[in-house]
Design a binder for this molecule. Sequence first.
Ligand code: 5GP
Length: 206
Amino acid sequence: MAENGLLLVISGPSGCGKDTIIHEVLQRLDGEGFLSVSMTTRPKRGEEIHGVHYYFVSEAEFRRNIEDDQMLEFAQYGENFYGTPVGHIRSLLAEGKTVILNIEVTGGKNVRRLLPFAVEIFVAPPSLPELRRRLEHRGTETPEAIEKRMEIAKRELACAKDYDYIVINDALEDAVEDVMAIIRVSKLKTDKMLLKLSEVTDYAES
Ligand code: 5GP
């Protein structure tokens, strides 16, 4: 897969605020950044729109996509399946864009193995009680689903150590700035700069 763009993986427990951070970061990237739209078997929630927030599909359709090699990665989370369709990412990276994957930790691990050039950020809540408060405040989950997500959160936090960066979302603006700083510095990595440098030297030699 072409890698002149930047592939950014963002993981973190449900309710830690990663969707809000990503929304802010995409606005600041101003057309240079794209969020990969995942496929899921989870039912639509609230105002979610098919093709914008997720591709909502049946389990049969999800499995068909896996068999047809259309998924970069996929994982089960709670009762449902989630996966990253590969096609769009490939073309965006080839165009030099920044592509963000908002995925859970199994997906993060698989992307790390498959595409080692990806830059991975783990977003953590300031504390577990604060995470529970945010999940309850969101009001989109039943009390049982919240308990389940809190359990998953504890397992996810144990995976933070495998990520390139950890951002603690205490104050939103600080967390957004941290992610923007990571994007900025990742674009200056030697492999990306050598490509640019070769353009400069070609120009100097001609
Ligand atoms: P939610 O149901 O709250 O939208 O998402 C539940 C979890 O699934 C979140 O941690 C989210 O990051 C993760 N997720 C969403 N899309 C994907 C995907 O394509 N692959 C994987 N592995 N996880 C995903």
